[in-house]
Design a protein around this ligand. Structure first.
Ligand SMILES: O=C(CO)COP(=O)(O)O
Length: 239
């Protein structure tokens, strides 16, 4: 089975209401008829999901959230449940991003969030990745393997993995194609043939071709370069 590439933009804490028509801008630059072979996803800040869905729900661009809470509902001031995000128009949810793991989210927490996401019919994008110190000491695969085992609920199907080496996020540094190839093969061995494995970390139009042509790279999770639709479309064209 060939896996449909997924080009996903993680907007993090960027954007405002005026950004809600960006899916239209993307579709103008790269029309849907030219990209039936791939999925395009935008994960804006949660507050923009519903207005973006209202404005651009008719485009074929998927919408996603950047996290969801561990509980279904309750007294959790400021938090959002998977169900709320789904009802606002999200199809996917990013879970376990290193910027959230750095705030104390453990793999065990992430596993519970994955369960909530699945109950709400959201497709989880589960992020894993090692620090520079862990890579330099030769522990990258062991770290990622441990994260995978602890973050994935038993029997999980229909999910996406994003390999994001922490040291490559927002730094302009990317893992070498050989390192990405080796890590994605390792992850493939863990998750099997049917799961899309994205690479993330300073993906740009200039390096996207080399990264996206690696056999077990099934797309990209893009931060900075996903804020502008021109660069996002340029990367998507290379997938
Ligand atoms: O964290 C990322 C996507 O989730 C990657 O961010 P950058 O593309 O800005 O390095």
């Amino acid at each position: 089975m060939t896996l449909k590439p997924l080009i996903a933009a993680n907007w993090k804490m960027h954007g405002d209401m005026s950004w809600c028509d960006k899916p239209y801008d993307f579709a103008d630059i790269y029309p849907p008829t030219e990209r039936e072979h791939l999925d395009v996803l935008i994960c804006p800040p949660a507050v923009l999901i519903f207005p973006m869905m209202e404005k651009c729900g008719g485009t074929d661009i998927w919408l996603g959230a950047q996290t969801c809470h561990k509980e279904k509902k309750g007294a959790h001031t400021g938090e959002m449940s998977a169900e709320m995000l789904a009802s606002a128009g999200a199809d996917y949810v990013i879970l376990g991003h290193s910027e959230r793991r750095a705030m104390g989210e453990s793999s065990a927490d992430i596993r519970v969030r994955v369960e909530r996401a699945k109950e709400a019919d959201l497709i989880p994008i589960i992020c894993v990745g090692e620090s520079l110190k862990e890579r330099e000491s030769g522990d990258a695969e062991a770290v990622v393997g441990t994260q995978l085992k602890a973050s994935l609920p038993e029997g999980l199907t229909d999910y996406v993995i994003a390999y994001e080496p922490i040291w490559a996020i927002g730094t302009g540094m990317t893992a070498t194609p050989d390192d990405v190839d080796a890590m994605h093969r390792f992850i493939r061995g863990e998750v099997g043939p049917n799961v899309r494995i994205l690479y993330g970390g300073s993906v740009k139009p200039a390096n996207a071709k080399a990264l996206l042509s690696i056999p077990d790279v099934n797309g990209a999770l893009i931060g900075g370069a996903g804020l502008e639709m021109e660069s996002l479309a340029e990367i998507a064209r290379l997938a």
